[in-house]
Design a protein around this ligand. Structure first.
Ligand code: PRT
Ligand code: ZN
Length: 210
């Protein structure tokens, strides 16, 4: 039996469930349950906060997971990635107040930057020789400049309307992300075989969607 962790409720949930269903796997889902067993494939689905998924897969509490690459890389576990799934595409970007001058990333030297992604942003800045003060906050990053907490932010963007609504201008793309399938690195031979069957079906679903 394979255990797959997916996001309980959020932007990844519906597309994750749809992908599993389109693979021909049937299960009863109810919003208050924490796990469910498929009826026609040896698969158990665990519903978790997305931030907990990489660690649970790394520790073997779950064999597989579906999570945003942004969360996976920020957790420091990029090696768990098996394949991109093509949904929940977004980018992690740097943004500054619309009126602020900005020529290049060097302009951020010595500035305060609010983000929920200190690891990804830290390595991006380090590679470019920029030293800034990173303020890690877990939500509502976009309001940081207007309340005087930071001169810039680094957050997830998809349409860009949240930045616009907060008077911010996107200036650099730090990281591009999509939902990915992840797996524990010490799966048994039987579980590896089941994973291959599942991946085969997922790839067929993606080909059919194109
Ligand atoms: O409760 P839990 O911890 O499980 O969920 P969460 O609130 O941490 O995550 P959730 O459901 O918001 O997002 C899950 C994943 O979806 C993220 O990790 C990304 O991989 C992906 N994703 C895709 C996004 C977005 N698009 C997105 N637009 N995650 C967040 N946003 C937010 C962003 O933070 C910003 O506040 O939406 C706002 C920007 O959107 P636009 O369209 O205005 O640019
Ligand atoms: Zn989360």
């Amino acid at each position: 039996m394979l255990r797959l962790a997916i996001q309980k409720s959020g932007r990844l949930s519906e597309d994750s469930l749809n992908l599993i269903r389109e693979c021909g796997i049937s299960f009863l889902s109810s919003s208050y349950k924490l796990k469910t067993e498929a009826t026609n494939f040896p698969l158990e689905i665990l519903y978790l906060r997305d931030d907990d998924i990489p660690g649970y897969v790394q520790d073997g509490v779950a064999d597989l997971g579906i999570v945003g690459q942004n969360v996976l890389v920020e957790a420091g576990l990029p090696q768990l990635e098996i394949e991109g799934l093509g949904f929940s595409k977004c980018r992690l970007s740097l943004a500054v107040p619309r009126a602020a001058g900005y020529d290049s990333v060097a302009d951020l030297s010595g500035k305060n930057i609010a983000t929920s992604y200190p690891r990804i942003l830290g390595s991006y800045l380090q590679e470019r020789g920029v030293t800034a003060n990173l303020h890690t906050i877990s939500g509502s990053v976009e309001i940081a400049p207007s309340i005087g907490l930071a001169e810039a932010i680094c957050d997830i963007v998809s349409s860009g309307s949240t930045l616009l609504g907060n008077g911010l201008r996107e200036v650099e793309t730090v990281f591009r992300s999509e939902a990915v399938l992840i797996a524990n690195q010490q799966l048994s031979a039987e579980k590896k075989e089941l994973l291959e069957q599942l991946q085969f079906r997922m790839q067929a679903v993606r080909r059919a969607r194109r």
